[in-house]
Design a protein around this ligand. Sequence first.
Ligand code: AVI
Length: 322
Amino acid sequence: MEKTTTPKTNMVFAREVKEGLSAFPKHLSSKYFYDEIGDKLFQQIMALPEYYLTRAEYTIFEQHKSEITASFSTPNVPFNLYELGAGDGTKTKLLLKELLKQKYQFEYRPIDISANALAQLSTSLTNELPNVSVRPIQGTYFDSLKEMGQTQEKKKVILFLGSNIGNLNHKLAVEFLMNIAHILNKDDLFFMGMDQKKHPRTILNAYSDPSGITAAFNKNVLTRINNELGGNFNLDNFIHWESYNPETGTAKSYLVSKIAQEVTIDILEQSFEFDAWETIHTEISQKYDDAMVYQMAEDAGLRVVNQFKDANSTFKNYLFTI
Ligand code: AVI
């Protein structure tokens, strides 16, 4: 999910909090989980035994790196490798190493809203893979997609890993894919990680770990409201709750008010009432199957040309073209 960390986004944050807490049922966007603390909590989540997604995608890359990179291009066709929301690049480095080994001509263009994340990634790449040419782009997905669409340049391969698409509701996910389709030329490719439907218990466990890290991650949106908008949320008055609907494949996170309470947010000059056991919906993490993915692709003007999976089809990476 795209992060929002700049001060200028505070006004947007304030407006969205006002809308979300005035709505019935209440909601807040999971994009506000991510600040310095939220980023660290997400790093911890990715290392949790219950959170299988990151390891599954890493395994796919380890096991299929030569087929994956061969499906991107051939050594004689130069291309730009873009990555939306690059993060720390742990999984991508496996592909970068393989591309170097196979003598592909490419430039790696990680995109992230956080200048700090990009600087750290560039430094680690310079140390670990000094032969990779790296040219980061700092900005939102939206701005960078627009820029990519305007530049007529060499072939593009765009990575969007980690099932980040699952944090968008269906309508926004299809709109996002339409934007991707719009900027792809004939030979360009889009490579996306999508978590798969599986035993509901496995999914629930991944989002409600007993160590409480996911709960702290979910509650970080309240901490941010307290710190950035002058809120007085008492975090102990809320519990993290996860649900999974195996029919739709939708996992949803909530914060549930344990008591009837009133919370004040200074910047908004407003108070919000909570009944006992009232919910704030904070995140959706959609799980997919092939039928859904092919339908979404068709609706967005994309075509699935290849897919890679781990042994149990826990997670899949799909390759799309227009
Ligand atoms: C970033 N995103 C794909 C994660 C997910 O699985 O939905 C965020 C997350 N939320 C709770 N745990 C991890």
